[in-house]
Design a protein around this ligand. Structure first.
Ligand code: CO
Length: 174
């Protein structure tokens, strides 16, 4: 089921999400709704708080190069991470990021180039993943949401001011 996206500057985006303790049907429903919502909004990643649920869960689905009319984000390609923790990170790289909670804004953000992350899958099995590409960026972006942080907070003072002005103008226009 597609749920409503929480949009910046909604205060819920500042919440520190809580650890998940039961890997039950309710969690599976939440993850399914997160996938549906992410796809409906053409996103590549979504944290639970972005649909108003302050639990440490995120989904990422990097689109495939698909033919027109083909599904480029098949459900089985979805990376579901519960209680993720970055256990190693190094290097740095800038990458242009966007966020479903700040629609239409794209900014270059610097993050670690390589991360190693421990997490649980939907069945409660411990997993580990390592990446030094787009997935590493997406994971760091989504984990930030679990800690109440949105990517535009990483902008320089000047760029942040410019963003806030632009954002106010857009919200007024709606
Ligand atoms: Co985001």
């Amino acid at each position: 089921m597609v749920r409503e996206i929480v949009v910046y500057p909604d205060k819920r985006l500042k919440l520190i999400s809580k650890e998940i303790k039961s890997f039950n049907g309710a969690l599976h429903d939440l993850l399914d709704d997160m996938y549906d919502t992410m796809c409906a909004c053409n996103g590549v990643g979504l944290a639970a708080i972005q649909i108003g649920v302050d639990l440490r869960a995120l989904v990422i689905n990097v689109p495939l190069e698909a033919e027109e009319g083909e599904q480029d984000q098949p459900k089985e390609n979805t990376l579901e991470m519960i209680n993720p923790v970055i256990v190693e990170q190094d290097g740095s790289e800038k990458f242009q990021e966007g966020c479903l909670s700040v629609p239409g804004i794209y900014e270059d953000i610097e993050r670690a180039k390589h991360v190693k992350v421990e997490y649980f899958d939907r069945e409660g099995n411990k997993q580990i993943i390592e990446d030094d590409n787009f997935l590493a960026v997406a994971i760091q972006h989504e984990i930030d949401h679990l800690d109440g942080k949105v990517f535009i907070e990483k902008l320089s003072y000047v760029k942040r001011k410019r963003f806030e002005k632009e954002w106010k103008r857009r919200l007024k226009e709606e």
